[in-house]
Design a protein around this ligand. Structure first.
Ligand code: NAI
Ligand code: 15L
Length: 281
């Protein structure tokens, strides 16, 4: 269990009583788990059975759950005021895997939110909802979706279900079309798409606490020197990233460049645009 600093221990004045964090054992989940303590008195920490360490901080409840299990997800959302939904398959995979974790999973989550009275969700969407735009195009959240595979399709479905559950039931969501949240960019493409954990944390706070977001779509990126995304449609969140991928430029540019026609150099979705099909021809 990571050490908690006293500044991160929630007090009686924490804004939410109980926050649910799905995907808590994943890369982003591990990085932000201790930080979400400031958002709620109790944090329900969830991931697939068997992948979370059993130790919990005093404010945490460990709640293993397969998102594809509708009844279990309903129980998971009980008594929660808000949800940060990171759980699911995070790369391009055969449709059946995406269907269970991401499509049924996000449906189960929104149904549980409706039944349990959850009013705010932050959904980890992805830049792969618009992965077929070229890297020399600049798009905003109103641009037509161009998913680059089953994974991107599942995130597109997640955004649509978020819109529908706002229009029908008033459940508010911020869908963060995350670029690349890692300790540092891994290649030239990520020089444009990279987002630091600090910037992600700041955007998370704004996504949870800005009033009247309805369903807002925001691109999750740091203040990189060159970006493909324009966040004018999410200006009401007041998100101004502070970090930049520039600090990694020399290291990245010391690696061999891809061929100019390689999708990783041409399309915003990079290699996701060519992963699969998975079925034999
Ligand atoms: P990750 O793959 O490291 O973590 C995802 C977690 O979800 C894993 O711990 C996994 O066990 C869990 N999970 C998978 N299937 C599940 C199921 N059926 N039930 C319950 N839990 C399940 O991914 P990462 O990088 O931490 O990303 C978090 C979220 O953000 C994911 O939804 C991903 O699609 C999204 N995202 C991440 C980006 C990034 O740059 N890291 C970029 C764009 C989107
Ligand atoms: C994603 O959606 C993935 O979850 C992550 O693993 C990265 O590959 C990221 O997009 C990206 O586009 O760099």
């Amino acid at each position: 269990m990571e050490q908690q600093s006293s500044a991160q221990v929630p007090g009686d004045d924490a804004p939410f009583n109980r926050l649910l964090l799905t995907g808590a054992a994943g890369g982003i989940g591990r990085a932000i788990r201790h930080r979400v303590a400031e958002f709620a008195r109790h944090v329900r920490v969830s991931d697939l059975p068997g992948v979370l360490p059993s130790e919990a901080a005093p404010h945490e409840e460990i709640a293993p759950c397969d998102l594809a299990d509708r009844h279990a997800v309903d129980e998971l959302a009980k008594d929660c005021d808000a949800i940060v939904h990171l759980g699911g398959v995070s790369v391009e995979r055969p449709f059946e895997e995406i269907l269970e974790a991401n499509i049924k999973g996000v449906f189960n989550l929104y149904e549980a939110a409706r039944r349990q009275g959850v009013k705010r969700i932050v959904f980890a969407s992805s830049n792969h909802v618009t992965g077929f735009y070229r890297q020399d195009e600049r798009i905003d959240a109103d641009a037509r979706k161009r998913p680059d595979g089953y994974y991107g399709l599942s995130k597109s479905f997640g955004e649509d279900i978020a819109q529908m559950y706002f229009d029908r039931y008033g459940i508010e969501t911020v869908s963060i079309r995350i670029g690349s949240v890692f300790p540092e960019p891994k290649d030239r493409r990520m020089m444009a798409s990279w987002m630091s954990y600090d910037d992600f944390h700041d955007l998370l706070r704004r996504s949870l606490f800005t009033k009247d977001v309805g369903h807002t779509i925001v691109f999750g990126m740091s203040a990189n020197a060159h970006t493909w995304w324009d966040n004018r449609c999410a200006a009401h969140l007041g998100f101004v990233p502070r970090d930049s991928s520039e600090q990694f430029r020399d290291k990245i540019e010391a690696t061999p460049p891809p061929a100019p026609t390689d999708p990783v150099a041409v399309l915003q979705g990079g290699t996701f645009t060519t992963t699969g099909p998975f079925d034999p021809v």
